[in-house]
Design a protein around this ligand. Structure first.
Ligand SMILES: [Zn+2]
Length: 333
């Protein structure tokens, strides 16, 4: 199980739920978080089990996604040797990043922020100002940290600082803040907070930098979750989120994922590599995976053909038209 855990080719789908808990706990231990907090490795495991219980059994934003984002965050930190030439990512910041990554979608219900606003949901009513989901995830994380007393041995001021840092990191995972996170990191690459926000945001949208098999599997999970939301919208008589309605293996689905790479993941990861300004080999696999996945989706757009049934009823089918891809609304965070 741990053979390739320090590799970008690690397959998080190969793990059972108890193994996901074990991985999360080990990542915290390997990063020195237990020593920093003055707790035992067993306390880390108990905390990770509590986090797992706060995730819902939805298709994409589930505990596996939380552990996956945490694992990618760890790989970035580990590859950097926990520091860059520009920014030293010290233990408190490592702890904040890894804990925020693990918890960043806790209690996600598989619906988007616009859905919560449109339905005036309980989450929206609790956090009506902005980013209702991210505020829910941050509040859930704060509750877990308090209940488990994971930070109890830190001096009060240091604990408050760590809690504030975790909250800030989780709130910055709102996809609508993508441009702001990019701009902050590129204009102030020596700011540890700006770089940390960028690392977690990139880890959150890291599916396209994984091997094509793993990346494709996450894409399917996301489409399944989208289909659930559309079915819910239909039941409630709401306007349908048409960008979520691409059929499996269709040209529209390929265009949706390609649009996401172009607008978010590709820009994010290439910016991260530039901002960290570190050994090019560290991210070579990520960038080659990204290029392979771009090619994968591009080929499916370019070579798209109608289904056999459609072809037989239309001997000369018209070329496919570009679907309306509303990537700005794509909530993969
Ligand atoms: Zn996420």
């Amino acid at each position: 199980m741990w053979q390739s855990v320090h590799s970008w080719t690690f397959n998080v789908f190969s793990l059972s739920q108890p193994e996901l808990v074990a991985l999360a706990s080990n990542l915290l231990h390997w990063a020195g978080v237990d020593a920093y907090l003055g707790v035992s490795p067993a306390a880390l495991t108990d905390f990770c089990m509590s986090v797992a219980a706060e995730y819902h059994d939805v298709a994409f934003h589930n505990f596996r996604h939380g552990v996956c984002v945490m694992h990618v965050t760890y790989l970035v930190l580990h590859g950097l040797g926990m520091h860059t030439e520009r920014v030293h990512i010290d233990v408190p910041h490592r702890a904040a990043l890894l804990l925020a990554a693990l918890c960043h979608d806790a209690q996600h219900d598989g619906r988007t922020n616009p859905f919560h606003v449109a339905t005036q949901s309980a989450v929206y009513k609790r956090f009506p100002v902005s980013s209702p989901l991210e505020r829910l995830h941050a509040a859930t994380t704060a509750k877990l940290l308090a209940e488990t007393r994971l930070l109890a041995k830190l001096p009060i001021a240091e604990r408050a600082e760590l809690e504030g840092r975790i909250e800030r990191l989780i709130l910055a995972t709102d996809m609508s803040l993508h441009d702001r996170v990019m701009t902050a990191a590129t204009t102030t690459p020596t700011s540890i907070d700006a770089v940390a926000d960028l690392i977690l945001h990139c880890a959150d949208i890291s599916n396209p930098i994984m091997t094509t098999d793993v990346s494709r599997r996450w894409s399917t999970c996301l489409m399944d979750e989208f289909a659930e939301q559309v079915a819910d919208e239909r039941r409630r008589g709401l306007p349908l989120s048409t960008y979520m309605m691409a059929a499996p293996n269709s040209r529209e689905e390929a265009a949706l994922h390609m649009g996401f790479i172009e607008r978010y993941a590709g820009e994010g990861w290439r910016t991260l590599v530039a901002v960290l300004d570190t050994d090019a080999d560290l991210f070579a696999t990520c960038l080659s995976n990204l290029a392979a996945n771009e090619t994968y989706w591009r080929l499916r757009i370019d070579r798209w053909t109608p289904t056999r049934a459609a072809a037989s009823s239309h001997p000369h089918p018209p070329p496919p038209t570009d679907p309306v891809v509303r990537v700005e609304s794509l909530q993969a965070a």
